[in-house]
Design a binder for this molecule. Structure first.
Ligand code: GLY
Length: 418
C-alpha cells in the first residue's frame, strides 16, 4: 500500500487525488483538501503552507509520498521543509520554484539557457516602470514579478492603459514588460526527477473570464485535452524547451523535482515561453489527468526520489476531456461565497461527468460555494465534440445563483478542430 498526501484544496488537487486513488493499492490524504474530495481522499485540517503541520501529518499517517499541488507553498519552501524532515516530495524546492515565483528571474533564466521567449525588460521601481510603459511598442504585456494566482498580467492595447497597469503593478514590486505575441496558447507539462524528465501531456486553458477571450484574466475558466493543432515540429521544439529548462535549472544548482509547466505561445516562428510554472495547471490537470492511463503513483514516487525509470513514457487513453469551471458571482475581483449549489449528488458527484471541487462546502445537507473558482465539471468522450457536449450537459445540471462560466471552452468556432 502506497500512502499519498496531496497538499492543497482546489479542483486540481481533487483531480490529483482522484487519479491517484484509481491506482490499485494507493490510499490518499489531502491537506487541507475539501468536502468534495471525501470520496477519494481523507481531508485533514492542515493548511498547505503549514510545513510543521504537514510534517506531523506525514509522520502520523506514515505517508510515503507528498504531492504538492499549488505554487504558493512551493515558492515559500514547503517542499524543502518536508524533505529536511525526511519526507519524499513531488514538488520543487524554493530555489527551483523561483521559475514561477519570480517572472524577472525566469526571463533571465530563459535568456541564459537559450529558451525562446518574448523580448522583455524588468523595471525595478515605479519611475522606471512608468518610463518603460510610456515607450514600449504596443500592445505591451505587463506582469507582476511575483505570484498573483494568474491575475497579475495585463495586456495593454493603448498607452494610457499601459501606464496605469505599470503604476498599479509597481506598487507590489518589480514589473516585467514583454513583447506581445500572437498565436495559439498551449500548456505543456513535464514530470521531472531533478535530472531527467518525461513529457507529461499538453492541454489548452482559457484564461479570460468571458467568451471569446474577453474580460479580466483569471486563474483559468476551462481546459481541454488533447490539443489537436500541435504538429510534430512543434512537439519537438516543446521537448527541446523542456529539456533546456530541466538542464538549465540543474546547471544553475536548482534541480527541479515535480511537474514543470511551460505556458507557451505557438507562433509562426515556433513556440515561445510565456511563463514557466512549478506545478500542474489548474484547470489543465482536471482535463489531462482523466486521460492518463495505467498506474501513476509509483512513477511519481520514483520521480520524487530522483529515479524516473529510464525510457519510461506515460500512456494516454484515446478520446478527449473538456473541463468547464463554474465561478462565483464577483470572481475574479470579489467572489461572493455562500450560495447553495443545486444539481450535485450528496457525495459531490454529478451524473455523466466528473465534478472536481475547489471552493465548496457541505453544510446542513447542502453544497455551498466557498470562494472564487467553485468547481470544474469535466466531460469525457471519444473526441472533443463529445467530451464538450458531456461537459456542458453537466453545466446545465449544476448551478448556483450568480454562477459564471464560459460557453466556448473547446468550441470549434474558436478554431478548435473537434
Ligand atoms: N491554468 C493556468 C495555471 O494553472 O496557471
Amino acid at each position: 500500500l502506497l500512502r499519498v498526501l496531496v497538499v492543497g484544496g482546489g479542483a486540481r488537487e481533487h483531480a490529483l487525488a482522484w487519479r491517484l486513488g484509481r491506482d490499485p493499492g494507493v490510499r490518499v490524504w489531502a491537506a487541507p483538501g475539501n468536502d468534495g474530495m471525501r470520496p477519494v481522499a481523507q481531508p485533514c485540517p492542515v493548511r498547505a503552507d503549514d510545513a510543521d503541520g504537514l510534517a506531523a501529518l506525514v509522520a502520523r499517517e506514515g505517508i510515503d509520498l507528498v504531492v504538492v499541488g499549488p505554487e504558493a507553498p512551493l515558492v515559500a519552501g514547503v517542499a524543502d521543509a518536508l524533505r529536511a524532515r525526511g519526507a519524499t516530495v513531488l514538488g520543487p524546492g524554493a530555489d527551483a520554484a523561483a521559475i514561477e515565483g519570480s517572472k524577472g528571474w525566469a526571463r533571465a533564466f530563459c535568456a541564459r539557457h537559450g529558451i525562446p521567449a518574448p523580448r522583455h525588460r524588468v523595471a525595478r521601481d515605479p519611475v522606471e516602470a512608468r518610463g518603460v510603459a510610456a515607450s514600449w511598442p504596443l500592445p505591451v504585456v505587463c506582469k507582476a514579478d511575483g505570484l498573483m494566482a494568474g491575475k497579475g498580467v495585463v495586456v495593454a492595447a493603448d498607452r494610457r492603459e499601459a501606464v496605469a497597469a505599470a503604476e498599479a503593478l509597481a506598487r507590489r514590486g518589480p514589473v516585467v514588460f514583454e513583447e506581445f505575441l500572437e498565436g495559439r496558447e498551449l500548456s505543456a507539462f513535464a514530470l521531472v526527477d531533478g535530472r531527467r524528465f518525461v513529457a507529461y501531456g499538453m492541454a489548452r486553458d482559457h484564461k479570460r473570464l468571458r467568451d471569446g477571450d474577453r474580460g479580466p484574466m483569471t486563474g483559468g475558466m476551462g481546459a481541454y485535452a488533447p490539443v489537436p493543432d500541435v504538429g510534430p515540429t512543434e512537439v519537438q521544439a516543446i521537448e527541446d524547451i523542456l529539456d533546456r529548462a530541466v538542464a538549465g535549472l540543474r546547471a544553475d544548482g536548482r534541480p527541479f523535482v515535480g511537474f514543470l509547466f511551460a505556458g507557451l505561445m505557438l507562433t509562426p516562428a515556433g513556440p515561445r515561453v510565456l511563463e514557466f510554472n512549478c506545478r500542474f495547471g489548474d484547470p489543465e490537470a482536471q482535463a489531462l489527468l482523466p486521460l492518463l492511463d495505467g498506474p501513476v503513483a509509483e512513477v511519481w514516487w520514483a520521480a520524487a526520489r530522483g529515479a524516473l525509470p529510464a525510457g519510461w513514457r506515460p500512456s494516454w487513453r484515446s478520446g478527449a476531456a473538456v473541463g468547464v469551471v463554474l465561478a462565483a458571482p464577483g470572481y475574479p475581483e470579489a467572489p461572493e461565497p455562500g450560495q447553495v449549489i443545486s444539481g450535485l449528488a450528496e457525495d459531490g458527484g454529478c451524473p455523466g461527468a466528473l465534478a472536481f471541487h475547489a471552493a465548496t462546502r457541505r453544510e446542513g445537507g447542502a453544497w455551498r460555494t466557498a470562494g472564487g473558482r467553485v468547481l470544474t465539471l469535466v466531460g469525457q468522450g471519444a473526441d472533443l465534440a463529445e467530451a464538450r457536449a458531456r461537459a456542458y450537459a453537466a453545466v446545465a445540471a449544476v448551478t448556483f445563483p450568480g454562477c459564471q462560466w464560459r460557453t466556448d471552452i473547446a468550441a470549434p468556432e474558436r478554431g478548435t478542430p473537434a
